[in-house]
Design a protein around this ligand. Sequence first.
Ligand SMILES: CC(C)(COP(=O)(O)OP(=O)(O)OC[C@H]1O[C@@H](n2cnc3c(N)ncnc32)[C@H](O)[C@@H]1OP(=O)(O)O)[C@@H](O)C(=O)NCCC(=O)NCCS
Length: 428
Amino acid sequence: MASDIRPVTQAEAKEYLRVLPYVNGFPQEEPEPSAWYAGSAAWPPQVPKSADELERDAQELLTDWFRPQAAFVDGKIAGASAIVSVQVTVPGGQQVALGGVTSTAVVPTYRRRGLLRKIMSAMLDDCRERGEFLAGLSASEATIYGRYGFSPATFQHRWEVRRTDVAFRSEFADPGSLDLVDGAEAAKAWPVLHEQMRAERVGEISPLPGKWDGLAGGGLPADGSGPAHHLLHHDATGAVDGAAIFRLPWSPDPEQAGVLQVEAIEALTSDAYRALWGLLLDFDLTKRVVAARRPVDEPLRWMLTNPRALKLTRTRDNLWLRVLDVRRALEARTYAATDSLVLDVSDDLYGAGRWRLDAAPDGAVCTAVNAEPDLSLSVNELGSLYLGGVRASELSYAGRIVERTPGAVSRLDALLRPDRAPHNAVGF
Ligand SMILES: CC(C)(COP(=O)(O)OP(=O)(O)OC[C@H]1O[C@@H](n2cnc3c(N)ncnc32)[C@H](O)[C@@H]1OP(=O)(O)O)[C@@H](O)C(=O)NCCC(=O)NCCS
């Protein structure tokens, strides 16, 4: 089957959209209610886009940050994917360009004929040409993207807690204040707050243009989870240092009634964090709190007299990383110790290389060498290790890193040790 892979033009935008499963009302994920967001139904509602919606989306499709590529068979689009230009914060605080793979789909009648492989190669080549040394994605299925060098780098938890099980270990006198505000005020606060958060948080992604626009409108989601409510926390000087978005959906099912769904919560300070959770976990007329997309090292558990009250109901991989240029990636971050290791990194798409990493807390130099390696791994393992969310010892024990110099795995762990688990609250 002959195919031609190339960027989509404006004239082809509508045809491109028709390839995407969600446009056609096809399912996106296993339909576990509230599975990985806090809503009460599977996301998104399985309703095909109307002709008008298609027309509008096609007009807005091509921008300088959204780069779709398609596979054309006999002149028609048979599969497509896209790269969005975003940034990711790496250890040490640099915000580096990341080619974000999104909207991947092959028309069901053209599957398993190598179209995605061709599209992916073209897109990753494009990223490298633009100087993006990292690519990333979130995967609908975990078996698809490893073959292209992607591997899980951040993870997220969904947990719930019954209000009657909540007791805080200590009284908390908030030096600041909490305010319930409307969507318009929240829409002003969130971009600023997230920008401050992103500067500090390893793994956090820059929001796509328009990310916060919907807050001001306050529209009702189709799944019946009710209006969004907005909390802001101000510090003693009056500056916003925390925010939360939550919903209180009504349900005729007694099991589901009285649930407070936390959609987003960010805090720049421990005070804001404690104040926000203090109210959300003790909200009148509620029985249960559900929070999704939460970091794996949630401090809240340690605020409770019964840490087991916080029940983990789902853990999943979030950001998958693909290192496209080993030297530039390793030199872009800082390290928790000073050491030197030779890494032998295999890469099916771009070839193997041996690199001496001279790493230190203020940065690193990475040099191509011919020396004997201390460790052998593939670009996949490097993707999982890069932000510090997976330990080298874990991958080594699983047989995925070969230790050639005794002790080298522990030394790599010491270099990559993160202060906090990497986390991205925002995706693409
Ligand atoms: C996933 C999808 C894009 C793959 O496209 P495709 O053109 O069929 O993939 P290819 O033919 O290029 O397959 C490349 C390889 O991936 C494998 N593969 C493809 N889809 C797979 C899947 N869902 N699970 C496991 N392996 C898969 C193929 O077997 C092939 O393996 P090989 O390289 O060892 O031969 C396509 O099946 C699809 O559109 N699925 C529904 C939408 C979807 O899941 N999108 C992903 C959104 S994150």
